[in-house]
Write a protein of this length. Structure first.
Length: 415
């Protein structure tokens, strides 16, 4: 009897208390594992979003730097002082053409954004040159047209026209028209761009009024103002000679970069809806004050063409420009040039030799409770931006991209 009892005792299972302790311990361990997994996933997603935002900012910044590097390409550095300009600008010229310059520094329209609330004053940058179409057309003829305008016939048999997929075939009229509209007009409103006509090293500037493709060719109709000059006895010793055949024609783009809110831009409604700007389950805090680095094309009057606005850098918080240039036309020694001086009335744009660009973008989440000492100080380094009331906590991290851009198209100017 005693032996059977001892055998049964040795074979007994766990008690209820032991089972409860084991199950509770396993449950707590599972909770800890899931909590760690959740935090790790959240951290990974947060850093992934920051990495994606940084990559997008780098892409946009490179586009900005690329446009700046082409400033003045196939254009003038300063139309008011350029000795090679034949039809000198006067009051009849459209506003933007009258003050055409390779670079103009201004102030971004960041009113009502977190950027303005933080007391940051980003620059804006107006860049002029052959930015979208670096090809040079050749004219077949340049002649006065009805109503005081001018007609410019284009030679579509040149290598430049071929590289743009323009064809001499009589069946290619519609295709040619679409290509020419994209080259010579801006946006859905098809506002005409500025063009430069060059012959014997001397330039004339005009504005496209219309572009027309015909069987085996194409022609531009230029606006009445500014008017072109003809080479005449007793008149200015520059202008269109004979039929105007063989002139080099380039297309000039005027592009503005600045930091602004795009929340009201209909073309980006889906972007901001996804981040919950209007509320809902996907709402992200502080989205209503966000700002972006925006690129937009400007016509010859200085008006922005809304259909060309595009975000090239999300969550942008700062854009700063500094420059250096030659001391004088006869002195190539480099000196710093204050960005505030490079306006549309600056008379030495042609002497600029390079610019330094600095772009700051913030993280999507405000994941810091305090600022970093020195942020936004005398050096203008920005490490954090406050998204709370009065630009206080919480703070979002700021990453800064910067580069030096030599202005190769201006370095030969000695006037």
């Amino acid at each position: 009897m005693s032996a059977r009892f001892s055998l049964r005792t040795r074979r007994r299972g766990f008690t209820l208390v032991e089972l409860m302790v084991a199950m509770s311990g396993g449950l707590f361990l599972s909770i800890a594992v899931f909590a760690l997994s959740r935090d790790a996933t959240r951290f990974y997603q947060s850093e992934g979003r920051m990495a994606n935002a940084t990559l997008a900012a780098v892409s946009g910044f490179e586009r900005l730097a690329s446009d700046v590097a082409r400033a003045g390409h196939l254009s003038t550095a300063n139309i008011q002082g350029d000795p090679l300009v034949c039809n000198r600008p006067d009051a009849s010229f459209p506003a933007e053409l009258r003050s055409l310059r390779a670079l103009v520094v201004g102030t971004s329209s960041a009113t009502g954004t977190e950027v303005a609330a933080a007391g940051i004053s980003p620059h804006s940058l107006l860049v002029t040159g052959a930015l979208n179409t670096p090809e040079v057309f050749t004219t077949m003829a340049v002649a006065p047209a009805a109503g005081g305008s001018w007609r410019v016939d284009l030679d579509l048999s040149t290598p430049a026209a071929d590289r743009l997929n323009l064809s001499l075939a009589t069946t290619a009229v519609a295709a040619n028209q679409a290509i020419l509209d994209g080259i010579f007009t801006i946006g859905t409103n098809q506002r005409g761009k500025i063009v430069r006509l060059r012959r014997n090293g001397l330039d004339q500037y005009a504005v496209v009024s219309a572009v027309t493709a015909v069987a085996g060719g194409a022609f531009l109709t230029l606006a009445n103002s500014p008017s072109l000059l003809r080479l005449e006895r007793g008149g200015p010793q520059c202008g269109i000679d004979d039929t105007g055949k063989g002139m080099a024609l380039s297309v000039i783009d005027v592009v503005r970069y600045d930091i602004r809110s795009m929340l009201s831009e209909a073309s980006y409604a889906s972007l901001f809806s996804a981040s919950g700007v209007s509320g809902g389950p996907s709402v992200v805090p502080f989205e209503s004050g966000r700002a972006e680095l925006v690129r937009v094309e400007v016509d010859s009057t200085g008006a922005e063409q809304a259909s060309t606005r595009e975000i090239i850098g999300e969550y942008a918080v700062d854009l700063q420009v500094s420059a250096w240039g030659a001391t004088a036309a006869n002195n190539p020694a480099l000196i710093p040039v204050a960005a505030t001086a490079i306006t549309q009335t600056y008379n030495s744009t042609q002497l600029l030799r390079g610019v330094h660009l600095r772009l700051g973008v913030r993280s999507r989440e405000a994941d810091r409770d305090a600022d970093v000492a020195g942020s936004g100080g005398g050096s203008n380094n920005l490490y954090r931006i406050g998204l709370g009331g009065s630009a206080n906590a919480p703070f979002a991290r700021v990453r800064t991209l910067q580069t030096d851009v030599p202005l190769r198209n201006l370095e030969g100017n000695r006037w």
